[in-house]
Design a protein around this ligand. Structure first.
Ligand SMILES: CC(C)(COP(=O)(O)OP(=O)(O)OC[C@H]1O[C@@H](n2cnc3c(N)ncnc32)[C@H](O)[C@@H]1OP(=O)(O)O)[C@@H](O)C(=O)NCCC(=O)NCCS
Length: 214
């Protein structure tokens, strides 16, 4: 990172990113959040801006942004902030843990975040503003759309293709070659063996193999 960075958000996801940045010798210029959240040691010495307008006092050429807003099904704030500040000319820095394994033949688009222990294999493309979370595996030739979240410990086998804003829940597994359309959710712990349509949610419930709701 050649420019000072500003982190949007000051919660749990931001704290994990700042921890990774610190280990790479980067301390953000500021965090941006409307309210003061739970105290977190890793964020304690970084200025907190409550007014988002303070970002605009720094020209897009002077700084890079980091999206510290977490991502859960149905929560669109992370994607909205990315789109808003890109439209204003700001760029989002990617954050990649030095303890992740990423093939030289994988492509990470703008602002992708890859957490500790994640593995991304050859031929894979990860869409802008996506999170590959702690210990997740994205195997060969997967193509993920923008604003995806592969939650902690989830596994995508080879050749999985996803649309925009797809959420793969904690510990979920997707077999090879499956397509998952925009805004779909694979619930935590589910195993997906067939394609998932737009906005569908797949999860494993008691006494049922794979309910899907829309
Ligand atoms: C699948 C999911 C999206 C469903 O959310 P929801 O529609 O709000 O569902 P609810 O929480 O209202 O639960 C409805 C029922 O489904 C069950 N259920 C919810 N998610 C489930 C899951 N992943 N596996 C099995 N059962 C689940 C609930 O226990 C509840 O059962 P009940 O009616 O018998 O009490 C959500 O539970 C999920 O798995 N989210 C992903 C979480 C994640 O990945 N977090 C990452 C953080 S980094």
């Amino acid at each position: 990172m050649n420019k000072p960075v500003i982190v949007l958000g000051a919660g749990g996801h931001a704290s994990v990113l700042v921890d990774m940045l610190r280990s790479q010798g980067v301390v953000p210029l500021a965090l941006v959040a409307p309210a003061t959240g739970a105290p977190r040691a890793v964020l304690a010495d970084i200025p907190l801006w409550h007014d988002e307008a303070q970002i605009l006092t720094h020209h897009p050429d002077e700084v890079e942004l980091i999206n510290g807003i977490g991502s859960l099904p149905g929560n669109t704030l992370r994607a909205e902030l990315f789109a808003r500040y890109r439209a204003l000319g700001y760029r989002f820095a990617g954050v990649v843990s030095t303890k992740a394994m990423i093939s030289d033949y994988a492509v990470l688009e703008e602002g992708v975040q890859v957490m500790v222990g994640a593995i991304i294999q050859a031929g894979t493309r990860i869409g802008a503003n996506s999170i590959i979370n702690t210990g997740a595996i994205v195997d060969h030739d997967c193509h993920l759309g923008s604003d995806n979240h592969v939650a902690p410990g989830a596994v995508l086998s080879g050749g999985v293709v996803t649309g925009e804003r797809v959420h793969i829940g904690t510990g979920a597994a997707v077999i090879q070659g499956i397509s998952i359309d925009a805004d779909a959710v694979v619930g935590a712990g589910a195993t997906l063996t067939r394609p998932l349509g737009e906005k569908q949610i797949a999860y494993v419930a008691r006494g049922s193999v794979m309910p899907i709701k829309q």
